[in-house]
Design a protein around this ligand. Structure first.
Ligand code: TYM
Length: 300
């Protein structure tokens, strides 16, 4: 059976990268109702309250099936550890916990942004390692990344060589889905472009304006060719105003719905409680199978 799983860290506010790269795709998959869809707020990854011990248990098992050499090369680890003098062990083993999130639900499809692809390769590697050692237990999880449209890699408005990121200290590097129209206008006006005034799509040489074209295209469902054609005669400064209005229009209903939901605490608590009860049933069943295959229950 098809089972879609994905997750997001609970820190900070969703930005356009999260939205186009993952959340909008989650919505489509959920609406399609083709198999189970499990969407998680990965609180263990940012250390809050461990409500799901099976994630940690399976993470530990998987940790003994991979090597430190493999984990050293992960981009998230490299990027975040660069600025730290003392690197927490948790940051290093994070991708193993993520693999446990995926395997615990025997997930078959994982919709994520491009920055997660290497983590998904680790999850696939761990499926092979576990299945070889203990017998076939997990399906190979396939990642679903939106490469063609650019949705899988929305860039920072300030450093278009890097991804738009929740944790970057510069607020102006990202558009959050709660930003007001004025904030959106101001951030897009100040987005870094280059010294050529023409609007053209060339991500290699002109990453700034190309990122704006991707965002514009995702916000309006227009293709890049039409967008560039319609922008003929505008300079990048004028074009930014067009992009800003498109983003404002796209986010308006999302922001309104979000505000409404934030007022219905009881409803949200219910969604979370029902969701975690369903997830817990699956997680407990998988962990029971895993511990039996490893031989843990022989000791009882
Ligand atoms: P997180 O919380 O950093 O991001 C959530 C989702 O948003 C995507 N994303 C982007 N997509 C396009 N452009 C961007 N600039 C951009 N920035 C973020 C991410 O790729 C992600 O899909 N490790 C995960 C959370 C996680 C998880 C999992 C995901 C934990 N366990 C199991 C899938 C399955 C993370 O840190 O995502």
């Amino acid at each position: 059976p098809k089972r879609v799983l994905s997750g997001i860290q609970p820190t900070g506010t969703l930005h356009l990268g999260n939205y186009f790269g993952a959340v909008e795709k989650w919505k489509h998959l959920q609406d399609k109702a083709d198999g189970d869809v499990i969407l998680s707020i990965v609180d263990l990854h940012s250390i809050t309250f461990p409500q799901v011990p099976q994630h940690v248990l399976l993470g530990w098992v998987l940790g003994s099936l991979t090597t430190m050499a493999r984990l050293y090369h992960f981009p998230q680890y490299k990027e975040k550890s660069e600025s730290l003098k003392d690197i927490p062990l948790g940051l290093f083993v994070y991708p193993v916990l993520q693999a446990a999130d995926i395997l615990l639900y025997k997930s078959t499809h994982v919709p994520v942004g491009e920055d997660q692809v290497q983590h998904l390769h680790l999850a696939q590697h761990l499926v092979h390692a576990f299945n070889n050692k203990y017998g076939v237990t997990f399906p190979i999880p396939e990642y679903l990344v939106e490469a063609q449209s650019g949705a899988g890699r929305i860039k920072s408005l300030k450093e278009p060589g890097r991804k738009m990121s929740k944790s970057h200290p510069d607020q102006k590097s990202r558009i959050e889905i709660t930003d007001s129209p004025d904030e959106i206008r101001s951030k897009i006006k100040k987005a870094l472009t280059d010294f050529t005034s023409e609007v053209e799509y060339d991500p290699e040489n002109r990453p700034g304006v190309s990122n704006l074209i991707d965002i514009h295209s995702l916000a309006t469902n227009k293709n890049r060719t039409d967008i560039v054609r319609e922008a003929a005669g505008l300079d990048t400064g004028q074009y930014k105003l067009v992009v800003a209005e498109a983003v404002i229009a796209k986010l308006a209903p999302i922001r309104a719905e979000l505000m409404k939901l934030l007022d219905s605490k009881e409803y949200l608590d219910n969604v979370l409680a029902e969701g975690s009860a369903k997830a817990e049933t699956i997680a407990a069943k998988t962990w029971e199978e895993v511990s039996r295959k490893i031989g843990f229950d022989d000791r009882h």
